[in-house]
Design a protein around this ligand. Structure first.
Ligand code: GTP
Ligand code: MG
Length: 531
């Protein structure tokens, strides 16, 4: 017997006899040196394997274990075997048929394929042999396989550092809607520093347990392994139970849309108030997920999806988290008091207020900058703005107003989390006019419009006068702009072109309630100040 012969005829025979006697599947997990590391006993049809996470060797490596077990039925490898092979990253799975005499019959074996086409299975089934014809060169094949995995991965991951993720959409929405939502999730991922290596769309009702079909889930996990992804991001909001089921099944980190958004918030929060708001939002999201014995918790809170604002780490202990929420709420209350005081000083002077609202990336900050010649951060990223920023603005008839830029809205963000951005809404509250900025160049404009309106309604601001501003018209055909202007009763601008803003300024002025009674401005107030 050679030292690298992993399945010896003696072992096959021993397992087979034991299995017949017990009328159960039995198996062993053997390492590459041929040592038995675990023994497993199942029932007549399945094995239940122990937790093998301790054997994981990193993304390009298999676990170093092969599973050799018996089958009391004669049909060769079954679905459970392939699942174990893929999800546990086994070097090899082998099933030994137990014959009526207790002697080992045929031996079926399979290993993962380093690369495969869509629609193909990701494993290679070897020709069945008898226990006496087992090949002995398997260790060489394993190292060749691992080299292949590493090579594939190098191709996939060239050019970019960050966490790699597979993103998944499951719904019965029309394909175009699903694709648009995925495009947005991809954008969100990019803004959050996640590299998307593979996308899966499955059109079916959301499964209460695993979100997607189990077969498709298994395939997705295998894809994740092959592309070197350690994260699956779902394009919907997962229940705590779903997160746990998915994490347990896949051994991958499982995130949902809200967590990606919160992670972006955490990375971008700059001010003390912003940081507190983000941490509050994260804790509110995590609290219901912090059940006493939640094994997936470390997956929820480590690394992406669990970045705290600034350099802090997220608090994960449930009771302390609750205390922290109370503490942060008190803090934010104090900061809010100061803010309100400042605002009262302003409004006490009779300065009217305008708030800019709209979908994220619509161009709100760019518009504020263009209107007030200031330099608020504006960039091609989702949620560039987290805190309201106010500036003074002089309208054509010399009337001064306070204009405020706010955090962008987005679909599927639970409104309780939006509410963490309370200061944004406190700024909207006293506004005499809302500018709803719409990106005219987005194919999703209708959806953005509806999302913003529904968030405004949920926040009970729908009664306020709203002026729709069609932005980014420099990117659109004139006929399209004409149609949209009519449809939304809007003013069209390009925030990148200050000369296009004249009609907007006029319209703002005429739509401001009580405009006629404004006091005339004095000649000395010509500068634009930050508030
Ligand atoms: N072509 C074009 N691009 C624009 C226009 N207005 C804004 N942008 C670009 O759109 C991107 C987003 O602009 P922002 O002003 O940051 O958008 P925002 O609505 O404040 O976004 P959040 O703060 O993330 O919600 C930036 O890259 C801008 O340069 C425009 O009129 N035309
Ligand atoms: Mg902004």
């Amino acid at each position: 017997m050679r030292s690298n012969a992993i399945i010896t005829p003696e072992l096959a025979r021993a397992l087979s006899e034991l299995s017949l006697e017990m009328q159960r599947q039995v198996g062993v997990l053997i390492d590459r040196k041929g040592h038995i590391r675990e023994t497993v006993v199942g029932d007549a049809r399945t094995l239940l394997l122990p937790d093998l996470s301790g054997y994981r060797q990193g993304r390009d490596r298999l676990s170093g274990l092969r599973l050799v077990h018996t089958h009391l039925h004669p049909e060769g490898l079954d679905d459970d075997d392939f699942t174990d092979l893929a999800l546990l990253r086994l070097d090899l799975v082998a099933a030994i048929e137990v014959t009526a005499s207790g002697l080992p019959g045929r031996v079926y074996q399979a290993h993962m394929k380093p690369a495969y086409q869509d629609g193909d299975v990701p494993w290679e089934v070897l020709p069945a042999v008898t226990a006496f014809e087992l090949p002995e060169d398997f260790p060489d094949m394993v190292s060749a396989l691992e080299q292949e995995f590493a090579r594939n991965r190098a191709n996939v991951t060239a050019g970019g550092a960050g966490d790699r993720a597979v993103i998944v959409h499951v719904s019965q929405e029309p394909r175009a809607v699903a694709e648009a939502s995925m495009a947005e999730l991809k954008e969100l991922s990019r803004s959050g520093g996640i590299i998307v290596v593979h996308e899966v769309i499955q059109r079916r009702p959301v499964d209460p347990k695993y979100v997607m079909g189990k077969g498709r889930l298994r395939e997705t996990v295998v894809k994740a392994m092959q592309f070197g992804a350690e994260v699956i991001v779902f394009d919907l909001n997962l229940s705590p139970a779903q997160v746990k089921n998915l994490a347990d099944f896949s051994d991958l980190k499982v995130l949902d849309r809200t967590q990606v958004i919160l992670d972006i918030f955490a990375q971008r929060a700059q001010t003390r108030e912003g940081k507190i708001q983000v941490e509050l939002a994260q804790l509110r999201y995590l609290l219901p997920r912090l059940s006493a014995k939640h094994t997936a918790m470390s997956r929820l809170t480590g690394g992406i999806g669990g970045r705290g604002p600034g350099e802090t780490k997220l608090e994960i202990d449930r009771r302390r988290a609750q205390d922290r929420v109370t503490h942060l709420q008190r803090e934010i209350g104090k900061l809010g008091d100061r803010r309100r005081l400042r605002r009262n000083v302003r409004t006490g002077k009779g300065v009217p207020a305008i708030s800019i609202v709209g979908y994220t990336n619509a161009g709100k900050s760019t518009l504020l900058n263009a209107l007030t010649k200031s330099a608020v951060i504006a960039e091609d990223a989702l949620f560039a703005t987290l805190n309201p920023v106010s500036r003074r603005l002089r309208l054509p008839r010399e009337q001064e107003v306070i204009i405020t830029d706010t955090v962008g809205f987005i679909r599927k963000l639970p409104v309780e989390l939006m509410a963490a951005f309370k200061t944004t809404f406190e700024e909207i509250d006293p506004a005499d006019l809302l500018l709803h900025v719409l990106d005219a160049s987005s194919p999703e404009i209708e959806d953005h419009y509806a999302t913003v309106n529904s968030v405004l309604a949920e926040l009970e601001f729908e009664g306020k006068p709203i002026l729709v501003v069609l932005n980014k018209i420099d990117r659109c055909e004139p006929e399209l702009v004409q149609g949209l202007t009519k449809k939304y009763n809007a003013v069209a601008v390009s925030a990148l072109d200050r000369d296009s803003l004249g009609p907007l300024l006029d319209e703002m002025e005429s739509r401001m309630p009580g405009m006629e009674s404004w006091p005339a401005a004095t000649a000395t107030q010509t500068e634009h100040h930050a508030v």
